[in-house]
Design a protein around this ligand. Structure first.
Ligand SMILES: *[C@@H]1O[C@H](CO)[C@@H](O)[C@H](O)[C@H]1NC(C)=O
Length: 367
C-alpha cells in the first residue's frame, strides 16, 4: 500500500510543479488520470480473500435516510451527535463495535434519520488502512454528509476534508458531468463539443483516455468540462452526495465574524455545546435530504398523519410507495386514490406509475 501512496505523492508533487497552460494541459490531464487510478487502487482491495469495502459490517439500514458526520478531532462532532440525538432521538444510540461508531436515529417531521459518525475518514483513509476503507464505503452510502468545522480553526480544514472525500470518489453538492461517453472497437477518438471548451481539447482528451487504454470512443462534451469531469465519467464509480458545512463553536466569536461565516455556501453556524441554531440545522438537513412524505388513508378512516411513509425524492411513484410498505402489495394492486399536490382532483384515481409529491395522501385499492 505504501508504494501506491508514494506514487500518489510523486504525482501530486509533479502536478504542483507543472505550470497550468495550453502547452501542459494534456500532460496535466494524464497526471490527473493516473492519480484517479491510484486512488481507486487505494480503496479497492486486490484479489480475493475478502476484506472488501464494507465487509465485516453493514450498518443496519434503519430509517429513511442516513447522514454521515465528518470532522477533525475536537471540532465538537461528538457533542453535536450526542446533543442532536439526545434532543430528537427516539431510538437509543448503540455502540457499533466494528466501526466504533455510535449511530443514533432521530425522528424529524415523521422521518427516521440515521446519524452516523464517520471516524477517521481523514486520518485513517489516508494511510489506506482497512478501517479507513470501510468507513469510506459507508460514507458513499450516505444520503447527506455533514462536515463539522470549528469556526476558530482555519477554513483550510474544509478544503482538506473536501479533497479527501473527492479522492475517494465522493462528489459534494454537484451533479454528474454532462458528458456523453461511448467506447467503440474502431474509429479513434471522436470528440464533439456542443459548447466552447476552456480546458479540454482533442489532445488532452486523447492522453487522458490513453491512460485508460481507450483508443476508440465517442466523447460528447455538453458543458464546459474539465479533465476531472472526464475522468469521473471514465472511472464511472462516483457518488454525488449533498453536503452541509456545520460551523461549530459560534458562541466563541463576535457577531461581525458570524456575518462573514454566514457567507460560506451550504453552511449552518451552530453551537453544539449550547444547542444553538439546531432548528436551522435540522431545517437545512430536511431541505438537502429532499424526502417525500406520503400519508396513508385506510378506507373509511382519516389519514394517518403521525407516521408518514417516507420516500427519497427520486423514487416517488405509487409503485415505489407500495414497495416500501411490502414487496407483495404491488401484486394485489388495482389502483390508488390520491389527494394532494400531485393530482388535479381530490381524490384522483391513479395507476402505479403516478408520481407522488410531498404530503400526498394515498389509499391503495386492492384487486
Ligand atoms: C462522433 O460522435 C458523434 C456523437 O456521439 C456521433 O453522432 C458521430 O456519428 C460520431 N462520428 C463518427 C465518425 O463516428
Amino acid at each position: 500500500m505504501s508504494g501506491t501512496l508514494a506514487k500518489i505523492a510523486e504525482i501530486e508533487a509533479e502536478m504542483a510543479r507543472t505550470q497550468k497552460n495550453k502547452a501542459t494541459a494534456h500532460h496535466l490531464g494524464l497526471l490527473k488520470a493516473r492519480l484517479a487510478k491510484l486512488r481507486r487502487e487505494l480503496i479497492t482491495p486486490k484479489g480475493g480473500g475478502g476484506g472488501g469495502p464494507g465487509e465485516g459490517f453493514d450498518v443496519a439500514k434503519t430509517g429513511d435516510a442516513r447522514i454521515g458526520f465528518v470532522g477533525f478531532p475536537s471540532v465538537g462532532k461528538s457533542t453535536l451527535l450526542s446533543n442532536l440525538a439526545g434532543v430528537y432521538s427516539e431510538v437509543a444510540a448503540y455502540e457499533f463495535t466494528t466501526l466504533t461508531t455510535v449511530p443514533g436515529v432521530i425522528r424529524y417531521k415523521g422521518a427516521k434519520i440515521q446519524l452516523l459518525d464517520l471516524p477517521g475518514i481523514i486520518e485513517g483513509a489516508k494511510d489506506g488502512k482497512g478501517r479507513g476503507r470501510q468507513v469510506i464505503a459507508v460514507a458513499r452510502t450516505c444520503n447527506l454528509i455533514l462536515i463539522v468545522l470549528d469556526v476558530l480553526k482555519p477554513l483550510g480544514h474544509k478544503k482538506i476534508i473536501e479533497n479527501e472525500l473527492e479522492g475517494f470518489g465522493i462528489r459534494l453538492n454537484s451533479k454528474p458531468p454532462n458528458i456523453g461517453f461511448k467506447k467503440k472497437d474502431k474509429g479513434g477518438i471522436n470528440l464533439t463539443a456542443t459548447c466552447p471548451q476552456s480546458e479540454l481539447d482533442t489532445e488532452t482528451v486523447k492522453s487522458i483516455l490513453a491512460e485508460y487504454k481507450i483508443h476508440n470512443a465517442d466523447v460528447t462534451l455538453r458543458s464546459d468540462a474539465t479533465a476531472d469531469d472526464l475522468i469521473d465519467v471514465v472511472e464511472g464509480n462516483r457518488v454525488y452526495i449533498p453536503c452541509i458545512y456545520v460551523l461549530n463553536k459560534i458562541d466563541q466569536i463576535s457577531i461581525e465574524e458570524l456575518d462573514i461565516i454566514y457567507k460560506v455556501p451550504h453552511c449552518v453556524p451552530i453551537s453544539a455545546h449550547h444547542r444553538w441554531n439546531f432548528d436551522d440545522l435540522l431545517e437545512k438537513i430536511w431541505d438537502y435530504l429532499k424526502l417525500v412524505r406520503i400519508y396513508t388513508k385506510p378506507k373509511g378512516q382519516l389519514p394517518d398523519y403521525t407516521s408518514p411513509v417516507v420516500l427519497p425524492y427520486c423514487k416517488t411513484t405509487v409503485e415505489d410507495f407500495c414497495m416500501k410498505i411490502h414487496k407483495n402489495l404491488i401484486k394485489d394492486f388495482k389502483y390508488a386514490l390520491v389527494w394532494g399536490s400531485s393530482v388535479k382532483h381530490n381524490p384522483q384515481k391513479v395507476g402505479k406509475d403516478h408520481t407522488l409529491e410531498d404530503e400526498d395522501v394515498i389509499q391503495i385499492v386492492k384487486k
